[in-house]
Design a protein around this ligand. Structure first.
Ligand code: NAD
Length: 503
């Protein structure tokens, strides 16, 4: 379902594309109760794209009331699962039908290349939604062999009203990670997109009505984390919060759940992923391609980005030369130019944060071998050159903290054990990649690396179906809590009710 982006004048379309700015409650857009707005800045040139409604607690209350009514009267939860499936599949078809419009909104909001938005983000989003839709009637309970006079069984029921709170790096795909499983299992949802990227989510709320999702089942409240996010986190009528964002906010949500109604939590948070290259890795050029994609895709703003490159000493010099040569060819440019493969960072604060990390790498003695500067400043956009630090000590700040930008830390190791120790020396446990032809070594690493996801020899781009849909993902350590994706991920949106029928 990929489209060649070059046949379209994206700048002309950007002038006319609808940028929705109001909360979506009970099936309609409504002005926010407080009437305040905040400017959404174009990451590529610093201009205001739109003034977005700053939802507040009253908007959250209205959205939660709407979702609760919809859940309680069974307009969605009581439908046969096959009907929910059909509606959600129609919504996936609408994502395909509107893919150019939605991709444009993603590129404008995030500063990502339009070609990536069209050829990666959109198919990924539709894939996630289709997986969940198709699995709607495949979530099963169980029976227990108690005795011959008792029918003992566990049934799965929706949790009720779910709040989805998501970040900005893949706005539509992250929204689909919440809409898909929450609605497939019969819940009602109040979704809060990031204040940096709400356009595509608001448009999808409208498309959901067109697909046949009843009013009230999907509500969207835009706004800030400190107001809308906090109100959802503490709300007594919300049964579950499903979150994708930073570990710091994830921890706040745990406190809020404890301070309010002990709502269930699903937390998908940050990462500092190791990419371990052994001397016996297959085809070093293909490995370089894989390392570059895993690090610099979306300008490094990916939770699973391979930001720590661990290279076996015997091939380090040669591998690093090839890597630098490849990364030097990346040209940053206008996200709306179809030839661009590397765009802008999402916001000025994000740019400042990344530049501060680069400064900290320099000060702590890492060796800057590529990039390190702001580029294309004349555009007014948030562009940073792809950056590589060599000779990074695993304890340095740039090797420990999630930078969420195009900054790679290179380290080396002599033996497998050393690689495992360095790789695990982080508070995060999201994702890891290993490059080796030796399956026995790979098997050992699968057991020892403390990450929810381990990819061996990722010479191909990650399969959207596998990594972002059908495979369950359980973040380890401070990368999150609970299971997202796959059938196990769908089950996270249900409670088990234990039933005994005495006959
Ligand atoms: P963030 O934590 O700043 O914000 C995420 C969402 O939480 C936003 O909607 C924000 O408004 C809201 N929020 C902020 N403060 C809040 C509060 N006090 N109460 C309730 N909600 C609040 O994260 P971000 O900068 O938007 O996203 C980047 C982070 O997301 C990175 O750490 C990245 O690794 C992570 N991420 C993880 C995954 C994953 O699947 N594990 C995927 C994408 C991004």
């Amino acid at each position: 379902m990929s489209t060649v982006a070059s046949s379209v004048d994206w700048h002309a379309r950007a002038q006319s594309v609808k940028k929705i700015v109001h909360p979506f409650i009970e099936g309609e857009f409504r002005p926010s109760k407080c009437g305040k707005t905040f400017p959404k800045i174009n990451p590529a040139n610093g201009n205001v794209l739109a003034n977005v409604a700053e939802g507040n607690r009253d908007d959250v209350d209205a959205a939660v009331r709407s979702a609760r009514r919809a859940y309680d009267d069974g307009r969605w939860a009581d439908l046969p699962a096959s009907q929910r499936k059909a509606v959600l599949l129609r919504l996936a078809d609408l994502l395909d039908a509107h893919r150019e419009e939605l991709a444009l909104l993603e590129a404008l909001d995030v500063g990502k290349p339009i070609s990536d938005a069209l050829n990666i983000d959109l198919p990924l989003s539709a894939t996630v939604l289709r997986f969940n839709a198709e699995a709607a009637d495949k979530v099963a309970g169980s029976t227990v062999d108690a005795d011959n006079r008792t029918l003992a069984m566990c049934v799965r029921i929706p949790r009720g009203v779910v709040a989805g709170i998501v970040g900005w790096n893949f706005p539509l795909a992250l929204a689909m990670q919440k809409i898909g499983p929450a609605l497939a299992t019969g819940n009602s949802l109040v979704l809060k997109p990031s204040e940096l990227s709400s356009f595509s989510t608001m448009r999808v709320a409208e498309l959901a009505i067109e697909a046949g999702v009843p009013a009230g089942v999907l509500n969207v409240v835009p706004g800030l984390g400190a107001t809308v996010g906090d109100a959802l986190a503490h709300h007594g009528e919300i049964d579950m919060v499903s979150f994708t964002g930073s570990s710091a906010t994830g921890k706040r949500l745990m406190q809020a759940a404890g301070a309010s109604n002990m709502k269930r939590l699903l937390l998908e948070c940050g990462g500092k992923s190791p990419n371990i290259v052994f001397a016996d890795a297959p085809d070093l050029d293909a490995v370089v391609d894989g390392v570059v994609f895993r690090m610099f895709w979306n300008q490094g703003q990916v939770c699973t980005a391979g930001t720590r490159l661990l290279i076996e000493e015997s091939i380090k010099a040669e591998f690093l030369d090839r890597l630098i040569s490849k990364v030097s060819q990346i040209r940053a440019g206008d996200p709306l130019d179809a030839a661009t493969t590397f765009g802008a960072l999402v916001s000025r604060p994000q740019l400042d944060k990344v530049m501060n990390y680069i400064e900290s790498g320099r000060k702590q003695g890492a060796k800057l071998v590529l990039g390190g500067d702001r580029i294309l400043e004349e555009t007014g956009g948030n562009f940073v050159a792809p950056t590589i630090f060599d000779a990074v000590d695993p304890h340095m700040t740039i090797a420990q903290e999630e930078i969420f930008g195009p900054v790679l830390s290179v380290m080396s190791f002599a033996q497998v054990e050393e690689a495992i120790i360095i790789a695990n020396a982080t508070t995060y446990g999201l994702s890891s990649t290993v490059w080796t032809k030796d399956l026995a070594k790979a098997q050992r690493l699968i057991r020892k690396l403390e990450f929810g996801e381990i990819t061996i020899n990722a010479t191909e781009r990650p399969s959207p179906g596998a990594t972002f849909g059908s495979m369950p993902m359980e973040p380890h350590k401070q990368s999150g809590l609970g299971i997202e994706s796959g059938i196990a991920g769908l089950e996270s949106y249900t409670s088990i009710r234990s039933v005994q029928i005495h006959v």
